[in-house]
Each structure stands twice: as structure tokens, then as C-alpha cells.
Design a protein around this ligand. Sequence first.
Ligand code: ADP
Ligand code: MG
Length: 189
Amino acid sequence: MRPYIKSGKYTIFVFMKNELRKSIKQKISKMSVEEQNTASGTIWNKIENDYNFKAAKTILLFWSIAGEPFTHNFVEKWSKEKNIVLPVVVGENLILRLYEANKMEIGAYNILQPSPLSRTISPSEIEYAVIPGVAFDLKGRRLGHGKGYYDRLMPALKCPTCGVCFSTALVDTVPSDPWDIPVDSVIFA
Ligand code: ADP
Ligand code: MG
């Protein structure tokens, strides 16, 4: 199989990205719930000790799905002290809304998201952003689920961005296309 194709002036890593998505998802599915919970706890400890997190009042998080560091308790805990903001899928884009426990609804891909009753937040208001990914490397290059949502959102963020993942999802090199937006740092466990 050809590892990549050329399209115009771009090298498109579509095959490599898909192979990497598959292999990482398979490895993570073999982690036990205990392993995932322990690693998640370590990740959120590290985030809580990050100066940028401590200093920020308005923080973008995400509502975790299977295979991602578990965020639900962390979101709930910090929403009592800070403005915790979550993404909402609208068409091809993510918009941002404040997390309020009693104003969540099921959205695209069956993921819980803030309902329209919660305040919309402008990306420029975010002071620290925690970004999920299927895989990261230590240069901050990020692989998502293949829809490019965060590549479209991140240019609008004016704050430090931090990728989070299980160690299993940290790889030597994530294939990177011209539109891929890296994160500033990666926290993993
Ligand atoms: P992911 O980042 O979720 O792993 P990809 O980087 O493979 O996914 O991108 C998926 C698709 O999203 C690509 O076809 C790409 O053209 C599109 N895309 C990414 N960033 C942008 C952008 N800023 N504007 C328009 N389309 C984009
Ligand atoms: Mg991308």
C-alpha cells in the first residue's frame, strides 16, 4: 500500500493517518478500565498543576468519549470554580458553550454537549484550552478523528493549548498536513 498520495503541491497523509487512527484505537481498547482511570487521574493532576491552567478563569475542556482520558468528573469539579466551556458540533464547525450540569443534551455523534440554554462563549474568551486527540507527538502534532474540527477551531483560540492523551496514543511522529494545527504542549500518562 502506498503510504501517502500527492495532490497538487500537498502531500496528503490520508492513508497513514487512517492506519494510525486504527492502530491507536485498537491499542487503547485493550487498556482496562482501571488502567484508563488511573492514567486519567494522573493527566488531570498534571493539568491542575500547570501554571496556565491555574491562572485561567475560562477554560475549554471536552466531554470525553470512549478511548479518551475521562473528563466528566474533572469538568464537574472545576465548573464550581472556573468557567468550563465545552465544544458543540454545528455543521462542520465547533462552537463553544458554558458547561452547566443541568443543561446538557445529546448532540452529534451521540456526545453530550451544552444545550442552547447555556451561554455561547467566543473562542477569544478562552484562556486555556485542553484538546483531545486520537494521537499526538512531542512536537504537538495532533491526529483527530478525521473531520478536522479542531483544525478549524484552534486558529480562533488566543491562549495556550494543551493536548491530552494516554501514553499509548503518544507516537514518534504524527503525519501532518498543511491544515493541521499543532498544540503548544502535550500532557499524557
Ligand atoms: P483530524 O484533524 O480530525 O485528524 P484531518 O486533519 O485529516 O482530520 O482533516 C480532515 C479534513 O478536514 C480534511 O479533509 C481537511 O481538508 C479538512 N480541514 C482541516 N482543516 C481545515 C480548515 N481550516 N478549513 C477547511 N477544511 C479543513
Ligand atoms: Mg488534522
